[in-house]
Design a protein around this ligand. Structure first.
Ligand code: TXA
Ligand code: MG
Length: 346
């Protein structure tokens, strides 16, 4: 397939290009597009044949449901059945990097939700995503625009690397803002339940949802091996192609363990660390500085790029220190623990 690549600046979304991309959606084709979290691989959510193409292009198991993206609260309300209180919460959190799970209406095909009676809805805060949905005139089902098992794409060339020739169109919109997937909250549980940590932190959510329960999967230390709460949780996500060892503990102590593991390996090794800790590691090792421990948004924005890029640069072993579990740091640690082949307690 010949993939049309449209370069569109998020600051100045050119409507003629958006309209071309929207034509593909209307015709049942796939369009990859930027959001404020990661790139999405979109299809008309109301067209089962179009949605099936998403699973094919990604190599995604059919039993892993997709998130449906909307460009207004009204569009969301037409897809789900909830009480006024739930919509009030949605209104306060949207648009933004939060996915809310609601009871679905029959208009959403079963292939989208992998036969679940619930659906994850997201109203993204990104000018290209919003204009694409609005111009298509339909809700857009979209998982992250990576091949299954690869880190989510945070740069347009990540998408091209995985999906060129497999999709009709890729919108190139530069680096995404947060670089981590949306926070997912199940609003259909007895109490709202955090299924996947993301850019909007539990601390912030609790001001709006005081009863919020943090699921075991969201907390997971090491591999979560209980029953999957969210269908996607049984799959190993965000994993780099090469061994990643996460060394738990405060890096100002655990750096010794990290230096030791690196010294004992005869593979080409990179250490994932921060501005504040980089000097703790021996100079002979490549140190990849994700950002400052005082600005975890930057660390989050750089993480997936590092996990994707370092294997391509010939590294055979990655060792990561931990980051503070406050704010977006809770999501960073969730992704690191999921990506790790091995978690070492310092
Ligand atoms: O930021 C994001 O959320 C990005 C952008 C493109 O919006 N999308 C994304 O989609 O990360 P995906 O498919 O890579 O991750 C969605 C997760 C999966 O783990 C899936 O199992 C879960 O959401 N999910 C979807 N619908 C669900 C439902 N009805 N109940 C429980 N979990 C659901
Ligand atoms: Mg994904």
């Amino acid at each position: 397939m010949n993939t049309l690549k449209l370069k569109i600046s998020p600051e100045l979304p050119e409507m003629d290009k958006i309209a071309r991309a929207a034509e593909f959606i209307k015709n049942g084709e796939l369009v990859a597009f930027p959001t404020e979290t990661v790139y999405g691989l979109g299809a008309n959510a109301l067209n089962p044949d179009a949605v099936k193409k998403i699973f094919q292009a990604k190599g995604r198991p059919q039993d892993n449901p997709l998130i449906v993206h909307v460009s207004s609260l009204e569009m969301a309300q037409n897809l789900v059945v909830e009480d006024i209180n739930a919509y009030e919460i949605a209104h306060r959190l949207w648009p933004g990097p939060v996915t809310l799970i609601f009871h679905k209406r029959r208009s959403i095909p079963d292939v989208v939700t992998a036969n679940l009676q619930t659906v994850g809805l997201r109203f993204p805060a990104h000018p290209i995503a919003l204009r694409l949905i609005a111009a298509s005139g339909v809700p857009i089902a979209a998982p992250s625009a990576n091949l299954s098992g690869k880190p989510s794409p945070t740069e347009d060339w990540h998408v091209a690397e995985d999906l060129d020739g497999k999709v009709a169109c890729i919108i190139l919109g530069g680096k995404t803002l947060f670089g981590l997937e949306s926070t997912i909250i199940d609003m259909t549980a007895e109490k709202p339940m955090l299924l996947r940590p993301g850019p909007v932190s539990p601390e912030r959510l609790k001001t709006l949802l005081p009863e919020l329960v943090i699921s075991k999967a969201a907390r997971a230390h090491g591999n979560y091996d209980g029953p999957p709460i969210s269908p996607g949780m049984k799959y190993r996500h965000y994993s780099p192609d090469i061994e990643l060892i996460l060394v738990e503990g405060n890096p100002f102590d655990s750096f010794k363990t990290i230096n030791e593991i690196a010294s004992n390996s005869n593979r080409k090794v990179a250490i994932l660390c921060s501005e504040e800790t980089k000097e703790l590691y021996k100079e002979k090792f490549d140190r990849v500085i994700l950002g400052s421990r005082d600005d975890l948004y930057i660390v989050a924005a750089n993480l997936f790029n590092a996990l994707r890029e370092l294997p391509n640069r010939g590294f055979k072993l990655l060792i990561s220190e931990t980051f503070p579990e406050k704010g977006i740091g809770f999501a960073i640690m969730n992704r690191l623990r999921k990506a790790a082949w091995k978690v070492v307690k310092d």
